[in-house]
Design a binder for this molecule. Structure first.
Ligand SMILES: [Zn+2]
Length: 280
């Protein structure tokens, strides 16, 4: 499942691999992924003939700038398990493929497994501004240089448990079950600690752990765990998995104190993994 580090890896790779390419054809295989448009044809018409510019991110949304009149971008929401693949045009098309952009030179960009939540759309300037506005209050650990004091000010008023807060995308962008457990393990805090109850030292640890985990996950090209593991633009797995200290390590010894880690159901019915001894 793509979380913030995986989306950032894609952004970086798209910049390298598709920037400057011109769209020759668009094939939408699953109409639901272009549901913001009148129909598939309307979506395709806004892309064909246009050249892709630099890739950027709004939280976990990927934006590929389009040349031409006014500011417009192709927006990619990967949903719960979507991915993008750069492929030769002659390569067989997987049946999970939702849409294919073919470039005049240099193969295809394919979107797969976007599911019910994922989508593709072309947004003009006003809509891009709206998308940015919707995400303005949310912390982006890779984009915002937020001091721990500013972070503390945001935490103080919050009453929910830390894991619920970390995975709330209106608070911080793109932290899902994998990195939430890693961040909490790294900061030696329990998942159900009330956010507003942390001492200054604990806020500092949490602030630092968010930065460290997210940056290290980007450096190691993401985590490919679970039934539908994350794959990058070239179809390669990430290398962060051996670094996981908590996620899905139930029963295994804590790497700090050797206590077996536990898995516990959260109020949302997800399982969280933590050390019952050194996380408090
Ligand atoms: Zn421990």
């Amino acid at each position: 499942m793509p979380e913030l580090p995986e989306v950032e890896i894609l952004r970086h790779d798209l910049d390298k691999e598709v920037e400057g390419r011109r769209v020759k054809a668009v094939e939408v295989r699953a109409a639901r992924v272009v549901r913001r448009h009148r129909n598939r044809k309307d979506f395709a018409a806004r892309l064909v003939g246009r050249k892709l510019g630099p890739a950027s991110r709004l939280g976990t949304l990927l934006l590929l700038d389009l040349d031409g009149e006014g500011h417009a971008a192709l927006v990619v929401d990967l949903g719960a398990g979507g991915r993008l693949l750069k492929e030769r045009s002659a390569a067989p098309v997987d049946k999970q493929t939702d849409a294919v952009l073919t470039f005049t030179v240099g193969g295809d960009l394919r979107a797969l497994d976007l599911g019910e939540a994922g989508e593709l759309f072309v947004a003009a300037e006003a809509e891009l501004d709206e998308l940015a506005e919707e995400r303005r209050g949310s912390i982006d650990p890779l984009a915002d240089a937020l001091t721990w004091q500013a972070f503390n000010a945001r935490l103080e008023s919050r009453q929910e448990g830390l894991r619920a807060l970390l995975t709330d995308r209106s608070f911080v962008a793109g932290i899902g079950p994998v990195y939430a457990d890693e961040i909490l393990w790294g900061s030696e805090l329990r998942w159900d600690r009330r956010a507003g109850s942390l001492a200054a030292q604990e806020v500092r640890r949490l602030h630092r752990a968010i930065q460290e985990v997210v940056q290290e996950a980007v450096r190691l090209r993401g985590s490919s765990v679970g039934d539908t593991p994350w794959l990058d633009l070239r179809g390669n797995k990430g290398e962060y998995e051996p670094q996981l200290n908590a996620y899905q390590r139930e029963g295994q010894p804590c790497r700090r104190c050797r206590t077996p880690l536990v898995g516990e159901r959260t109020e949302r019915g997800e399982t969280t993994y933590y050390c019952p001894k050194c996380q408090s």
